[in-house]
Design a protein around this ligand. Sequence first.
Ligand SMILES: [Zn+2]
Length: 247
Amino acid sequence: MNHGTFYKEWLRGVWRDPKQFFETRKTRMCPCCGYKGVFVSAKRRGPREFRCPNCASRPRDRQIASLIAMPDLALSQKKILHFAPEHWLFNRLKTEEDYIGGDIIKRKSANAVVDITNIIFPDKYFDVIICNHVLEHVDEDSIAIAECFRVLSDDGFALFTVPIDPSRQNTWEPPETMSTEEVEKICGWDHKRLYGLDIVNRFQDAGFHSEVIWFTQAERELYRLFNEPIFFLSKNNYEKYRRSIVR
Ligand SMILES: [Zn+2]
């Protein structure tokens, strides 16, 4: 048990959303830290049971953690490029020799400065790329995706997520004349567009094989996940990973 985080998350929940403690909450499991118990919310009107009180993980963290627990997708002894690193994963991997946790600016929870549209590594250098909720902040996302394709080894894989409305087929790109304020009102702070499921075309245009991983209802209940997919990208080696991915 991580007592420091536990008390912090619990207090935050009591302070910001005390009602939750009178609601019936399910027993969940956190694949980031192994905690079993109730999750906490830290916003009165935010999503319920959002964070693991033991490690502060969010649904998008738990989604990735449940996937990399699969034997074929294990991260040990791989060359990994992790953009805008999530704390829990950065802390887990930062001591590995070939781990690059890169961000566009210098940050405490990153060990390199890396621009996703101009990656300072040679072709086919990495075995794994992890890129959660980054592309929506990038002006030229097709350049970012092409750069990731370039630095991924032929045998490697990449995990991408973006904020997505699963009912939306087509990505909405704002007209050039629209002000940043107006765009952000529609898309969210610092977001450049609203992705639809056709984001797979952008991955495929760069040369990737793209598999959309949806989590089952049982997984969403157990880990408390939102209904958002992970895009599993590979080159010509998808068969190698299939058994870890197909649900
Ligand atoms: Zn946890």
